[in-house]
Design a protein around this ligand. Sequence first.
Ligand code: C2E
Ligand code: MG
Ligand code: MG
Length: 380
Amino acid sequence: NIGDLLLVEVANRLQACVREEDTVARLGGDEFVVMLEDLDKEEEEAAAQAEAVGKKILDAISQPYALHEQEYNCTASTGISLFCHQDNIGVDEVLKRADSAMYQAKSAGRNTLRFFDPAMQAVLEARTALENDLRRALAENQFRLYYQMQVYHNGHIIAAEVLIRWQHPQRGLVSPLEFIPLAEETGLILPIGQWVLETACTQLKAWESDPLTRELQLAVNVSARQFRQPDFVEQVYAVLEKTTIEPSLLKLELTESLVLDNIDDTIVKMQALKELGVHFSMDDFGTGYSSLSYLTQLPLDQLKIDQSFVRNIGIKHSDGAIVQTIIGMAGNLGMEVIAEGVETEAQRAFLEQHGCPVCQGYLFSKPVPVGEFEARLKSS
Ligand code: C2E
Ligand code: MG
Ligand code: MG
């Protein structure tokens, strides 16, 4: 009867690991089945979610059991099989795949999980490897900041956006598109974001004594998780105080989805930072699903027209119209406007003609290391 008690306790722990809408069943003997519903539509993301729950289950089951005043231990082997309605595979096939994955897990050693699909297993292993590397990257000083100029129509460089790069010891330069989402998920974005902010402000300080650079503004991207920290305002304040820079030279770039996710919290934080003198730009503007009424409530200094619209200037009439509308809106709301992703002279001319003289894009420069950026400043 100790065995029965163990099964009951395992069942309880399994149930505690899943959501209401998920299913926990015992197939017989010591085998359980957990069915997770409504995972992400993207297969990779769904796999990551299933893996996360799988790990939680392994951890829950491996905690000691107190049964009849004795302590017992056990571990589980977990097999995962992903399926969706379109797959058209029957229940039997799903279970068979999960079973086969479970046997692979067993033979790989106790307390492990395996996916049925070897390709999915490989994707997850690559992701885990990336995550482990990412954890070391800060300590080992592998991040770099690149600077991309923001230019007034007469060619005058007025600002730059700082864009992070990861100098990976084996992979070379890794794009933020590859590691920022993972950094967000794992929380590593918090120390990374802090590093970006400090590095940018330190640069502003270093530029303060040179007439060529002392009026340059730096735009820093802020991620959702970073902004939602309860003490985000204090963190920015601490960096401003430590580096003693002029706060209006710092411009924080927020995205529409970040801003809208918790509009009340957003307004409080933006206003507090605004009072310190910090500027704000709305990145990727036009791609969100927002109503426009909130725009007037936010202390924004600038709208940044998303590059997807800029790219279609002269190609897709409606995107040209959107660009004009954003420029007009910024003007009416008393905000500056900048276009990003400007690659051609035709795009630049259209933007200038319609009232957007400030541009950022490959037409002027790609993002470059600080030394190169300074060299271009001197020669411009
Ligand atoms: P974003 O903030 O919208 O940055 C603009 C992206 O467009 C940059 O890509 C830039 O290199 C690229 N770009 C600029 N001009 C052109 C152009 O003329 N043509 C084309 N095709 N692309 C252009 P990047 O550097 O790969 O950054 C991608 C995204 O990663 C950024 O989008 C931003 O969301 C994120 N990111 C970059 N650095 C940081 C950071 O320090 N913190 C956070 N939280 N996110 C960052
Ligand atoms: Mg940006
Ligand atoms: Mg952008």
